[in-house]
Design a protein around this ligand. Sequence first.
Ligand code: F3S
Length: 411
Amino acid sequence: MYLTDEEKQILDGQKGEAPQLAMEILKKIGEINGAKRLIPIKSVHLVLHAYKSAFDAGVDAAEKIAEMGGRFTVPTTIDPYGMDAENWRAARTPESYAVQQIRLANAVMKMGVIPVWTCTPYYGFNLPKFGDHIAWSESSAVAYANTVLGARTNRQTAIVDICCGILGKTPETGMHLKENRYGEVLIQLKIDREFKSWEYSALGYLLGKKLGSKIGVVNGMKGNVKNENLKSLCAAAAASGSVTLLHIVGITPEARSIEEAFGNNEIKEELIITEEDLLNTRDDMCTVKEGKVDFVALGCPQYTINEIVRVYELLNGRKVHPETAFWIYANSYAIDLAEKMGIRKKLEDAGVVIRAETCMIISPISEWGFKTLMTDSGKCSYYGPAECGTEIIFASVEECVEAAVSGRYVR
Ligand code: F3S
């Protein structure tokens, strides 16, 4: 792989220990993936964020790189905190876990991370433009950045993302190259109406299963598709499969038409998706169909202020059932707005808990002993059984709110 004179100096250790390590790692990764060079990036989004997934080795590595002088040279944001950022004790986080989480946070802060603690950095100031090269790790955010914003990023991994942040560069491979971004499978939606909100998650989940890592071109999406719908779709597709980019015709900047999305590629594979397919997928996303619900968890990816307001409206003055925990996960932007609007207090008075800057998957919730988790998230329904140790019911947000009030879900 070609290195500039400055990059060679970094590799020789002339700019310090951490940049040297970062260059060694990126050079190796670039060579394995056939990159010809490194390219500058506009931002990084890290996933060395939670002790639950970093473990002791991740904490030690982050501290070591910070001690070696690792400092980010481009804006670098980070995924959710590994426990409730406002009150981890009230969230029954074990002390030993909290100690490690705080060590991890201190290490990445020392490197200069911007502590957004969110998987939706694109709803804050880390908003790439069409064609920007970035190096992001969070799979849902990667799919959103490529699909909705037309930015260019591979699915980075922990530590490699830190290296990209230190150097402000990434190997020019995969999604960074236009020729690798063309569609491979045509997906024809045979649903002649605007989607219901849960159907975006179900579609994402189904596409993830069908596509794996192939690039799908989705044709026929109707109506007023909200940013939150695309967030849910991308997150589910990136969880049940390795989807990095979907072309949604009329939405994705590189897919103003089917022809543009496929570029030089021939259409060799075509899938038809019907309403019945989405209903069947919804069944596949549940481990139980109905019954007592002791945990309703919304906000994967973290809820926006619009979604929090929707829950408030759906509750309509009613209280949460005393035997059901109803938690909403949100980042600090959404929480601040909910406070300013007076909605947080009203939700809390109704029995809803807003968990700050974390999520149900990457925080330790086993202490609560929940049996059945109900969610409107495709990504949560995919990871929930393993990460939360619960049964899963996937449903619409309307049904989730009704279950939180009654304590039961009946289809
Ligand atoms: Fe975000 Fe956690 Fe879901 S990081 S996408 S809320 S698993």
